[in-house]
Design a protein around this ligand. Structure first.
Ligand SMILES: [Zn+2]
Length: 569
């Protein structure tokens, strides 16, 4: 007798095959039957009218620190994610020489906008080497399976010390050889890959560019050659794609023989560069090199709010006078104190931030109750103000004050040059892209894109009105089997006998994103945006129910994944 039979659902199995009405039987942590299941299960769920799909696989998160203090892996666990991979973008917390923990915290705080105080209080550094970090993670139990990658920033600082963060010096041959040995050691112990960052956008909290930014060919190639000797693991890279950058990444794939994913997004100052990079990816694939773009499912930007990290007035001198006040008092003052309000609106801070905010008025939108992440340009604050004949700053202030000051404004700055998500549609449709870029666990008080899988299904499968949508089967494949396989996790992402019993039961008609809310629940009282969802009826990880009707059950069946997982026999 199977432990569980989920009956009569519309099964989308993750392979891209058409949805079909079927039952799914689960025994222990495995799926044992998909079809017409005759025998009764110990537990039965009637999924009539609901979707039954594999648990989501999110390969781009930054739970490196959070996983050591919080087994619930929220917000991802509110969104049907059953496998998460962190250690992305070259940042993380191992290896770490005793006494240099602060450097890695400073780096994570700067690059990924996770409060350093939360990391310092939350992480109990009981490791030095990467294998010891894996052992520490392995001792924990989680709502979902977790996997991680060796981050280049930490590796470089560990091997080169301060020189590793200076960019003036290059590693010696011995240091490159040592980096290679440590990469091998990490992969042998179960790291899923190696990640690096080559973007000037990534800076430590102290302002220094991320350590791996200036890594040259000898270092990159040395690491790639070391990976070739073990024949394990993926490569992940974040780059600005300056001259020679793609070639450097391609060379790493040639030398290592390992698959590589590059972050692919549209930037305003070179809006067609992503297309060029995608063409280069196609050329590489034609030459037998497994390179893919890791793409987002919606615009990338910030959420502005009075309690979030950023909003239009955060640097106005008059706002500085009241920013320490509790939200309710700030809202009351801004609503009733006319003198304060006039001063605030008259002030225009100069410098880069002021200029950014001035520009941002033309591309910032009310998120609104519909959680519209593809708003039309005419809905931008500046456009609305022009139509209504009002000051755009005054409108911005009123919108921030809505909902007792808890309203959030969406300011997209990537993937949104043309004011819609057509570029994202093209990226998603491409056979050589995988879903990623949600950055769950990072940028905690400016975005909450941990909800990307929910958005993918809801927007691209149901709600989009400003262009074409996709078949659900395609979307599910993209966020399950496709990403899982790229990372070598061939035992999941498919609903078929022998596969892991990671399953979502979703009331598709009721699937909605909740409103992102600020929670002060990080260590040391750190704040973060948390977005929930409705419509997830049941989420199972390894056959254990981890979430019911959007709330966590408190079960922790998730484990550390050590290395690739084999396809079920
Ligand atoms: Zn990242």
């Amino acid at each position: 007798m199977a432990d569980l039979v989920i009956r009569n659902g519309s099964v989308i199995d993750g392979t891209g095959a058409p949805a079909r009405r079927a039952d799914v039987a689960i025994d222990g942590d495995r799926i044992v039957e998909v079809g017409t299941v005759v025998a009764k299960g110990r537990r039965e769920i009637d999924a009539e009218g609901q979707l039954v799909l594999p648990g989501w696989v999110d390969v781009h998160t930054h739970y490196d620190g959070q996983a050591t203090w919080d087994p619930t892996m929220t917000p991802s666990s509110y969104h049907g994610v059953t496998t998460t991979v962190f250690g992305n973008c070259g940042v993380g917390f191992a290896p770490v020489a005793p006494g240099s923990e602060g450097f890695l915290i400073n780096l994570m705080e700067g690059v990924e906008d996770i409060p350093g105080t939360a990391l310092a209080e939350g992480i109990d550094f009981r490791w030095e080497s990467f294998p010891q970090y894996l052992d520490a993670l392995d001792a924990g139990r989680y709502t979902m399976d977790i996997g991680t990658q060796l981050p280049h920033g930490a590796l470089r600082f560990y091997v080169m010390g301060e020189r590793g963060a200076e960019h003036a010096s290059t590693p010696t041959g011995d240091e490159i050889a040592r980096m290679g040995r440590l990469v091998v050691e990490a992969l042998e112990a179960g790291a899923l890959g190696f990640s690096t960052s080559r973007t000037t956008k990534h800076r430590a909290k102290d302002g220094r560019p991320t350590p791996s930014l200036s890594a040259g060919d000898p270092e990159l190639n040395g690491i790639a050659e070391a990976m070739a000797t073990v024949g394990k693991g993926v490569l992940q890279c974040n780059s600005d794609f300056g001259p020679g950058e793609f070639e450097a990444m391609r060379r790493m794939v040639e030398l290592s023989g390992r698959p590589l994913s590059l972050l692919l997004l549209q930037v305003d100052n070179a809006p067609d560069l992503w297309r060029q990079t995608l063409d280069q990816i196609h050329d590489a694939q034609a030459a037998g090199l497994d390179m893919v773009g890791q793409v987002g499912v919606r615009p990338i930007g910030v959420l502005m709010g009075l309690d979030a990290s950023v909003h239009f007035f955060v640097q106005h001198p008059s706002y500085q006078e009241i920013r320490h006040l509790p939200l309710a008092e700030r809202v009351a003052r801004l609503r009733t104190d006319d003198a304060l309000r006039s001063r605030l609106l008259a002030e225009r801070p100069t410098g880069a931030f002021g200029e950014w905010m001035d520009r941002a008025l033309r591309r910032t939108f009310e998120l609104g109750p519909e959680m519209d992440y593809e708003p039309a340009p005419e809905q931008a604050i500046a456009a609305r103000a022009a139509r209504d004949g009002v000051d755009p700053w005054a409108l911005a202030l009123d919108l921030l004050l809505a909902d007792d000051g808890r309203a959030l404004l969406l300011h997209p700055f990537e993937n949104y040059t043309h004011g819609d998500l057509e570029v994202v549609r093209t990226m998603l449709a491409d056979p050589y892209t995988i879903c990623g870029l949600g950055d769950a666990g990072a940028h905690v008080a400016t975005i909450c894109d941990a909800s990307s899988p929910t958005f993918l299904l809801r927007h691209w499968g149901r709600d989009r009105t400003r262009g074409e949508r996709f078949l659900l089967e395609f979307l599910v494949h993209k966020q399950t089997a496709k990403t899982a396989r790229f990372y070598g996790l061939a035992d999941r992402g498919v609903l078929a006998p022998g596969y892991r019993a990671d399953v979502n039961v979703i009331d598709f008609d009721a699937l909605e994103l909740g409103r992102p809310e600020l929670h002060y629940d990080l260590p040391a009282g750190g704040k973060r945006l948390v977005q929930k969802a409705s419509g997830y009826r049941h989420t199972f990880c390894a056959g254990v129910e981890v979430s019911t009707a959007g709330e966590l059950t408190g079960a922790f069946p998730g484990r550390l994944l050590r290395g690739a997982q084999a396809t079920p026999a």
